[in-house]
Design a protein around this ligand. Structure first.
Ligand code: DGY
Length: 473
């Protein structure tokens, strides 16, 4: 039977329509906006994901997406979570709020914070699909190594194996309940009036989108308070780490960090650059081992650490980030069976549209509010791929396949939304902004990488079974 390509075509259309052209050093360059309705610049982890989907359809397009991120790289190796289009001034907080112009490369302005470090994972995926004479990866490997070295030396000074994040936005999961106890320390009454006024006048997400889908106002004040503080500290990372109330060793970010170092090591191994490959493999190993030690045996979760003001305090809020270590093959057999239980429990993460960002019975659960309940394709992808790495575990394989089918069905039914209501029966299933690029890219990636292959395996298996049946009858 011929395969139906129509949704793949729609996904490619979303990516095409969200493409943005600009000049960089007199050459035309392009990248994809996460959403034309609100996210009107380039976002770091979104772009890494766009490239992973596009790599199957148009490698040059995927390469342009990654090259555009590197155009925003600072001299010290840092890459910001937003690379701004200078022609667009609608998004808030814009370039001037960040105060990073002097640090950004000439004519390319960026934010001053990071996002989950998926870059090497994305590039490794592209490397495996590229033709032999394509030198894109070789060209950008030095910049990628510089980026990893920046993260290691600046965000893991104490060599713990775990990176420190300095803003909830760095985790990509802005209003996750795992930040609540830390953010509540920032008393809104003490936030300068000018910061609050700026937010009240300029915040756009609640104007362009629905208020009930977005972070609460007090949290937004706190996000901007942190940005303002770092701007006043001139983005000096030592000063920031000393003064910030928000310094966290995060589970999601560090799972990506472990996976990314392994990916970088694999690319170097493929090029026979063995001593460098060894260095990054060691970093990956250190992170995996530090994360295993963070396991809370009573609550069955990987703790985060609050390391602000010299502290080292475990935070054990249960959210979808607890499954991210699967992606870097961190869980031991004992952790794995505890995680599988939670994942399938209908009172926790086993919703109709799995996997919700917060357990269904948690007091923090809100089904449409951003990272406080909705299901996100990106975290589903990490869980699916993580489960698949447990190749000898039949439960993991079956669950990965089920989750893959459900994720695709959710997108097929509702369209390419930013995130989804965890219950399919609810009318409002697609939430956040529509025509969202990474949901389109993730759909393409899952389809090409797994579904087509699984379908073929299934049809081979079915015909094999039919043959066996006909033989025995
Ligand atoms: C936003 O603007 O909502 C972002 O998450 C910050 O990058």
């Amino acid at each position: 039977m011929a395969r139906d390509h129509s949704l793949e075509q729609q996904a490619l259309k979303v990516l095409h329509q969200n493409s943005h052209l600009s000049f960089y050093q007199d050459t035309l360059q392009r990248h994809i906006l996460p959403s034309r309705h609100y996210y009107t610049h380039q976002w770091f982890w979104d772009s890494c994901m766009h490239a992973m989907g596009l790599a199957y359809y148009d490698m040059k397009w995927a390469q342009d997406e990654i090259a555009s991120l590197f155009h925003g790289q600072w001299d010290n190796g840092f890459i910001g979570h937003i690379i701004f289009n200078t022609s667009d001034t609608t998004y808030y907080p814009g370039i001037d709020v960040w105060g990073t112009k002097q640090l950004s490369p000439r004519n390319v302005y960026t934010s001053g914070i990071i996002q989950p470090p998926l870059l090497a994972i994305s590039m490794n995926h592209m490397d495996l699909l590229s033709s032999k004479n394509d030198n894109f990866i070789d060209t950008y490997l030095p910049k990628l190594m510089l980026y990893h070295t920046y993260l290691k030396t600046v965000r893991d000074k104490e060599d713990s194996g775990l990176l420190t994040i300095i803003h909830p936005w760095e985790s990509g999961t802005d209003n996750s309940p795992r930040w609540d106890s830390i953010l509540s320390r920032i008393n809104v009454a003490n936030i300068p009036e000018r910061v609050k006024k700026d937010v009240d006048q300029n915040r756009k997400d609640t104007k362009n989108g629905k208020i009930s889908h977005r972070p609460q106002r007090n949290d937004y004040y706190r996000y901007l308070y942190l940005v303002d503080m770092y701007k006043n500290l001139k983005w000096n990372s030592d000063a920031i780490l000393e003064k910030t109330p928000f310094a966290i060793k995060d589970t999601l970010v560090n799972s990506m960090w472990a996976k990314a170092n392994q990916a970088l090591s694999d690319m170097l191994t493929r090029r026979n650059r063995l001593p460098e490959a060894q260095l990054f493999a060691n970093w990956a190993r250190e992170t995996r081992s530090a994360m295993r030690k963070s396991w809370n045996n009573k609550k069955h979760l990987y703790a985060l650490y609050d390391v602000s003001y010299g502290k080292h305090q475990a935070i054990d809020t249960d959210t979808v980030s607890n499954f991210m270590p699967l992606y870097a093959h961190i869980p031991t057999p004992e952790h794995l069976s505890a995680l599988l239980k939670k994942l399938t429990d209908p009172t926790q993460y086993g919703s109709v549209n799995p996997v919700p960002s917060v357990p269904l019975t948690s007091p923090s659960f809100e089904p449409t509010r951003y990272w406080r309940g909705p299901t996100w394709p990106i975290t589903n992808l990490f869980i699916i791929e993580g489960l698949k790495t447990y190749t000898k575990n039949a439960v993991c394989q079956t669950l990965a396949k089920k989750l893959l089918r459900k994720t695709e069905a959710m997108i097929e039914k509702k369209g390419f939304y930013e995130y989804y209501h965890p219950f399919a029966s609810k009318k409002e299933s697609g939430v956040g902004f529509g025509d969202f690029s990474w949901s389109a890219a993730i759909y393409l990636y899952l389809k090409k990488r797994y579904t087509i292959q699984d379908d073929q395996t299934d049809s081979v298996r079915n015909s094999h079974q039919a043959f066996k049946k006909s033989q025995s009858s």
